[in-house]
Design a protein around this ligand. Structure first.
Ligand SMILES: [Zn+2]
Ligand SMILES: [Zn+2]
Length: 502
């Protein structure tokens, strides 16, 4: 067990660790960084990375009282966290360190304290070991800390059972601690606690998890991240392995799929109108709740779907986002059987959508730069392939855009007949350039597609089994999730990337 420095959020402690230059030393942040929030945390993470300091952020596991959240995560107190630290820091210049200090004293942890911290005099009589600084890390402070860590008396500290590790089983997961470009390996293979299902939830042993463009936006920080660390992944296929209290829809041993919509409130105006995809309180898998880049996942039983037996696990995974959202896009484009449909971009989602459209006897026109994707589209029955700048031989009745590139929208409008709809299947897109009014005049409609409803999921999965849809996949081991994301970003995947967990 290496040295762990705990409790701090601050530049001073990163500097201390950098100057300590001990490969065993880790900095574990157990407190939210005040009002500065995630921006400040990201600054600290960047600073730690630049100075080669091993920083772990666990503030979302530590609170004022122990509790288990609806999604099964457990909240610990400092009292639980403290036994894991070898050394405690709280060098705030302006505030006392009362709360942290109570545990610190109880556990006899040596600490770094600031001269201005008002309680220093109180703790000296306790035989408390500390290094005092005066607002800056000095050579003497570094030496004193090194000395304390070298002569740690580990026996005197751990009279309290270590709760974080003793109660939990550990699983492997690819975890996002700080968003960064996929070229810098944002996901880290981690041992973390197997989640327990709360009432109404089920736990799956994950077999495979599809890799989606949204995961790319998540790990690269283009989506606002409600929490860190985070396990992405929302095309999850697994077997029900444990039931929370009151679960009735599933049984242990059932194979189910979990998709992007993780939970909706069921009470708001949108939910009541059948538009739960727009529920303002909706939670998403792999964003608000940990996802499937892991050996286990928990989910509300109402948001797990039985999968048609015709699909093997790896072939079922891409249906769960690429497929379901693609199906909703197709519905919202208003395309009717036998009509002409345009598809812009031909990746994971489009290669499923084209099969539904062909099933409906539509003529499909595919716009993509990639020669490999054009060939793939031809194999799947596209009557015409070209670039988004090219004019198709006929005007289209409806189209769906998949590429997150705003410049495609005016092009798609040029190819559209009056009264037709362009449905945008993208959660994130570069700005759409100015559109001359005549392109949209003639009652042409441009609309985005957001998420999906459980109706979309169930209807699409049923249809996919009937057709049956062929999903082309490339598989990667869980630990190579960063590679899968990189190849997807570079459009090097034929069909869909899927992580095999088992
Ligand atoms: Zn997705
Ligand atoms: Zn709602």
């Amino acid at each position: 067990m290496g040295h762990t420095v705990c409790f701090c959020a601050g530049e001073l402690v990163i500097e201390l660790l950098a100057r300590l230059n001990d490969p065993r030393a880790k900095l574990v942040i157990t407190h939210h960084a005040g009002d500065e929030g995630l921006d400040y945390l990201h600054q600290l993470q960047e600073m730690a990375t630049a100075q080669n300091v091993d920083l772990r952020y666990v503030a979302d596991m530590v609170g004022d009282m122990r509790q288990e959240l609806a999604d099964g995560r457990k909240i610990y107190t400092l009292w639980d966290a403290c036994p894991h630290a070898d050394f405690v820091t709280y060098p705030s210049l302006y505030e006392g360190f009362g709360n942290a200090l109570i545990e610190t004293v109880c556990f006899r942890k040596p600490a770094l304290v600031n001269r201005y911290s008002v309680y220093v005099d109180d703790i000296v009589p306790c035989g408390f070991q500390f290094v005092e600084i005066d607002g800056a890390i000095t050579d003497e402070a570094v030496t004193a800390v090194r000395d304390l860590l070298t002569h740690l008396d580990t026996n005197c500290t751990n009279f309290h059972e270590s709760r974080i590790t003793s109660q939990e089983v550990i699983m492997k997961a690819m975890q996002l601690r700080a968003p960064k470009p996929v070229s810098d390996d944002p996901l880290v293979l981690t041992d973390t606690a197997v989640p327990n299902p709360a009432p109404g939830q089920i736990r799956l042993k994950v077999s495979v998890c599809g890799v989606c463009h949204t995961d790319l936006h998540t790990v690269e920080g283009e989506l606002e991240l409600p929490r860190l660390p985070l396990i992405p992944g929302h095309e999850i296929v697994g077997v029900v392995e444990a039931l929370g209290k009151g679960v009735t829809r599933h049984q242990v041993g059932d194979r189910v799929g979990v998709a992007w919509v993780n939970w909706t409130c069921g009470k708001c105006d949108y939910c009541r109108r059948g538009l739960e995809n727009l529920c303002p309180q909706a939670r998403f898998t792999g964003l608000h709740a940990d996802g499937g880049y892991a050996e286990y996942v928990v989910v509300d039983e109402n948001f797990a779907y039985p999968l048609p037996p015709v699909f093997a696990d790896v072939h079922a995974a891409p249906l769960l986002c690429a497929g379901i959202v693609g199906y909703r896009s197709l519905r919202l484009s208003g395309i009717q059987p036998g009509e002409r449909l345009g598809l812009y971009g031909f990746g994971a989602s489009a290669h499923l959508v084209i099969q539904v459209a062909r099933h409906w006897d539509c003529e499909v026109y595919v716009f993509t730069r990639s020669p490999a994707h054009r060939e793939h589209a031809r194999e799947l029955g596209a009557v015409w392939r070209g670039g988004a700048e090219d004019m198709p031989p006929e005007l289209l009745d409806a189209s769906v855009t998949f590429a997150p590139a705003g410049w495609i929208i005016p092009q798609a409008l040029r190819h559209l007949r009056p009264g037709g709809t362009v449905a945008i299947n993208a959660i994130h897109m570069s700005p759409i350039p100015e559109i001359p009014y005549h392109l949209i005049y003639g009652e042409r409609v441009v609309r985005s597609v957001a998420n999906f409803t459980r109706y979309d999921a169930e209807a699409f999965l049923r249809l996919a089994g009937e057709i049956p849809i062929r999903t082309d996949v490339e598989t990667f081991p869980l630990a190579e999730a960063n590679d899968a994301l990189r190849q997807m970003k570079a459009s090097q995947i034929q069909g869909a990337a899927v992580l095999e967990i088992l």
